[in-house]
Design a binder for this molecule. Sequence first.
Ligand SMILES: Nc1ncnc2c1ncn2[C@@H]1O[C@H](COP(=O)(O)OP(=O)(O)OP(=O)(O)O)[C@@H](O)[C@H]1O
Ligand SMILES: [Mg+2]
Length: 292
Amino acid sequence: MILPSPDYRGKVRDIYYIDADRMLLVASDRISAFDVIFAERIAGKGEALTAISCAWFKALRQSPLPESLDFQDHLITDRLEDFPEPFCQEEALRGQSVLVQRCQRIDFECIVRGYLAGSAYKEYRRSGKFLDHSLPAGLGAGDRLPVPIFTPTTKADNGHDLPIERRAMQKELGPLAERLETISLAIFDFAAGKLARQGLLLLDTKFEFGLLGEKIVLIDEILTPDSSRLREADDSSTNPLSSKLDKQFLRHYLEGLNWNKEPPPPPLPPEIVEETRQLYQHARKRIIAALS
Ligand SMILES: Nc1ncnc2c1ncn2[C@@H]1O[C@H](COP(=O)(O)OP(=O)(O)OP(=O)(O)O)[C@@H](O)[C@H]1O
Ligand SMILES: [Mg+2]
């Protein structure tokens, strides 16, 4: 069969709205960096992201996280056979699609940082703090923070997401903001613990949440190389090229070009595409091993 065109195309996922309560999320092999989608496709990326996310959702359901956190996840099924018609007939969707509960998205990205990397390090170097978090003096790039911190951003429909202070989120969401912080920190701790057993560090990660009535639902993808920074625990290098578990090396490559990070994207050379392909497969293997 030929699939109908999706109802929504994100940078990475194609979405089909099934009915008022359900949607199909199809993870493509598209890759983006700095919010720009590249022309090249990374073979097996959609499948890797889907396998990783689903493994986490399943691990979380079996985790000892306290009931009092009071949230659920959006996953209905990743089994093609259980998808509604006509999608269950589309073999190409197998492994890279999930049927999920369609939620009212909460338009903030819930970022948790256990280490000082990326934009947080840049701001810390300038101001000695990050947003509303005061941090100890003398931290270097990639250093571990005393405790993981919650550093949300807005979720912009167009353009880049902006970091905001927690009180700005509270102003908009009320008590819900604090609940999202508590849940995000708890999932981060759980995930970091699992990865540590496999010798992996979770530097930071992003969660998205939605609402089903009053119920808080963990949505989108979780704890993938696209939504997280990961590092080998025994890798003491701060060189982003040494980490082959997330997109840092691609960003680093792009930073070295004379590109203003606005569309159109530069072409990616075949060796960078191949390295990226291997990265997603490697990350998939390492993360899934940590969960089994
Ligand atoms: N269960 C859900 N209910 C409602 N929306 C969801 C759910 N799960 C994921 N989403 C949304 O579906 C989209 C997934 O597509 P994708 O990851 O490609 O988007 P993106 O380009 O990263 O981000 P965005 O489109 O949000 O800027 C995101 O907008 C995400 O917020
Ligand atoms: Mg996304």
